[in-house]
Design a protein around this ligand. Structure first.
Ligand code: ADP
Length: 218
């Protein structure tokens, strides 16, 4: 479903979010106070405008209050990021996601009602470390402290076995959510669906179960 996003601050993080959302077919309003930055993004956003994100009247005149989702990606400067977040929440943007610089910044953002606080470097660092931790893990998404979704490559050991044969849920306590085979993704695998070597298994579970499945099941 097409959604409306406003992205404020178009540094490396903000512009990546903007380009990807636009590529996915969403409506994206990109805002930055630097004219050159706005010019650069203009082919990769529905609208790109120069505005000061700490000016409430400017944000209102751009119709920002009508957006359900805002991403505040103002870089190093904490004060404008906080002020902008405050304005967005006050004018009624439903979900405001904010890139935080540090813990103090995070605490203030929590107090003023930011809906999600993002630490891109830390989150990416953890993700990469989890991929490096194992030769088998292709990708990793942390759901909470103890639960994750990981992508694993199916080895010869499981090749030509159906999900019911493998019985991963009973044996390891985790669930195969999807099976990717080249471009095709089987998002609701049936018990009789067979796995082939090289398939990518998308598996959800608690971290201990996932580790056991990765080490013993594959
Ligand atoms: P990153 O770490 O993601 O690369 P940067 O610090 O490079 O972030 O970029 C932040 C962006 O936010 C810059 O393009 C800057 O022009 C923009 N920005 C900073 N202050 C404001 C503001 N008050 N209004 C709008 N954009 C701003």
């Amino acid at each position: 479903m097409k959604k409306q996003f406003v992205i404020i601050g178009l540094g490396s993080f903000g512009s990546s979010v903007c380009k990807r959302l636009f590529q996915l077919g969403h409506d994206v309003l990109a805002i930055d106070n630097d004219i050159e930055t706005v010019k650069e993004i203009s082919d990769y956003a529905s609208h790109a405008v120069v505005a000061n994100a700490t000016d409430e009247d400017e944000l209102k005149s751009l119709g920002v209050r009508n957006f359900d989702h805002a991403i505040v990606a103002i870089g190093e400067k904490i004060q404008p990021s906080i002020l902008c977040t405050l304005i967005l929440k006050e004018i009624g943007v439903k979900k405001v996601y904010v890139k935080a610089q540090n813990l103090k910044h995070q605490r203030v953002l929590e107090k003023i009602g930011a809906d999600r606080i993002i630490h891109p470097e830390e989150e990416m660092g953890i993700r990469i470390a989890n991929q490096l931790d194992s030769d088998k893990i292709i990708d990793y998404i942390g759901l909470s402290k103890n639960y994750s979704i990981i992508e694993l490559e199916a080895t010869n050991k499981v090749s030509n076995h159906s999900l019911v044969d493998l019985d991963v849920r009973a044996k390891y306590g985790c669930t195969i959510l999807a099976i990717k085979r080249e471009e095709h993704v089987n998002v609701s695998p049936l018990p009789d669906d067979k796995i082939v070597q090289g398939d990518i298994l998308v598996v959800m579970g608690d971290n201990k179960s996932l580790k056991r499945f990765e080490e013993k099941g594959l």
